[in-house]
Design a protein around this ligand. Sequence first.
Ligand SMILES: Cc1cc2nc3c(=O)[nH]c(=O)nc-3n(C[C@H](O)[C@H](O)[C@H](O)COP(=O)(O)OP(=O)(O)OC[C@H]3O[C@@H](n4cnc5c(N)ncnc54)[C@H](O)[C@@H]3O)c2cc1C
Length: 503
Amino acid sequence: MTFVAPTEDILFSLRHVAGAGSVDGWDDDLADSILDHFGQFAAGVIAPLNAVGDRQGARLVNGRVRMPDGFGAAYAELAAGGWQGLTLPEAHGGMGASPLVAAGVSEIFSGANHAMQMVCNLVPGAAAVLLRDGTAAQQAEWLPKLAKGAALSTMCLTEPAAGSDLSAIRCKAVRKGPAWQITGEKIFISGGDQDMSDTILHLVLARSGGAGLGGLSLFACPRQSAVTVTRIEDKMGLHASPTCQMTFDAAKAELIGAEGDGLMVMFTLMNHARIDVALQGVAHASHAARIARNYALDRVQGRLPDKSPARLHLHADVARMLDRQDRLALGARAMCHVTLVELERGKRPALVDFLTPLCKIAGSQAGVESADLGIQVLGGYGYLREYGLEQIWRDARICAIYEGANGIHERTLATRALRPGGGSADFADLIGELAGHDRAAMARLADWKNRADRMRHAEDALAQAHAFAQDTVTLFFDAVWTRIAAVADKHPQPERIKGLALA
Ligand SMILES: Cc1cc2nc3c(=O)[nH]c(=O)nc-3n(C[C@H](O)[C@H](O)[C@H](O)COP(=O)(O)OP(=O)(O)OC[C@H]3O[C@@H](n4cnc5c(N)ncnc54)[C@H](O)[C@@H]3O)c2cc1C
């Protein structure tokens, strides 16, 4: 099954559901042209490597990672097209495009080839870290390289004893004159090495002070420092994305931001990455939906009540699954876009913090659920490699685990986010805005507010965290669908959207 970028759905969602036009610098025609252009590039150059990468995988050869065949050449084209610098300021060699357009590009990239996207797409977050907290010299050193693709970047947090709990990080940073040296081990680092870019900027969270999160600082460490990849993991999916175990042996590094502020500085990168992970899930949901619908439109099996031969999509149960896939993709995408528009407007930062985990949970779940439904729609062929759905299912599964396991986000929602100033009041306002104060939606919102009040005082809040987070995700999902239905006529296929809204 060939990959086709869901450009019309993405533009509809950004413009008409999320209201991208209200953000300074948004340009409808430019967005159209960028997404169309990238969609064609992704379909023609990146997507054909997806199955190859899955079969071949990345390999560790003499201490260096070798990407699968074709990845280097595709990356060179990507970089030459300026795509790596899409959102970086023009003054640093980038294109200065809107992060909202970049979200569309990123989703298309993930749908075409999640493994390659992962290795390339930590760059916008790393650039944001440098722009906010880097010195002028650090910006001058790294931003042009990142913009033109000479450097890729990584996010080095996880260690054997520090996964969800980063306060257990042991990697040590010691000051040596004006520079620093990092010593220790990191595991599970995506793109910890590859042979596509000239160099790599490792952003490393390491301990420069005492115990706990306050002792952590963030460092910029180039690949050419004393950094060694000791193994790459053998995984369920994403075989082309090298997940690296790395040793830092007094590796020379520079502090980014203030000493002890490591986690805060890293949050710039992590918040970007969380929405990006949500969109990876959306990309899988959308791609799986397309494969399944195309198959079901074609495959003849069984008969209609009038005894004529039926195509699969005409069977009520198959139609149910196909509609659910589409609804998941469109709804979770809209949640991400609404959140990104809020982020760009910059008026309700606490709301953005509240919505980000909801997007992460919804997007990651949508990817796996849609892939699973797609497999079911195809029957035996869904279980085979031929149609690519089993790869989507394997690749999509990671989204609920990395960038904070979903359980950790659910915990945050049920506790910190419900405290005064934690964004829950803004969230309630947003639900009203999205649902156009529809009576049924307002009744559900009233129930949710009562539940949130009880959660604030519950002794067993953590035991209820999963159920509460899932209900909160559903409230947001249903509200964006009310909004999608209200603007369905703006979609190039209004009847499809209206049908889905009723499904
Ligand atoms: C393919 C892949 C790519 C990755 N890329 C990167 C990368 O580029 N950079 C990087 O730094 N890391 C990366 N990671 C690591 C990833 O972020 C971690 O796996 C993730 O944070 C979870 O940590 P853990 O695996 O140690 O699981 P654990 O922390 O052991 O958690 C296991 C389970 O227990 C639950 N749990 C843990 N603590 C609590 C708690 N206090 N309360 C309730 N539940 C809890 C979690 O929700 C989870 O379900 C990657 C991992 C993979 C598999």
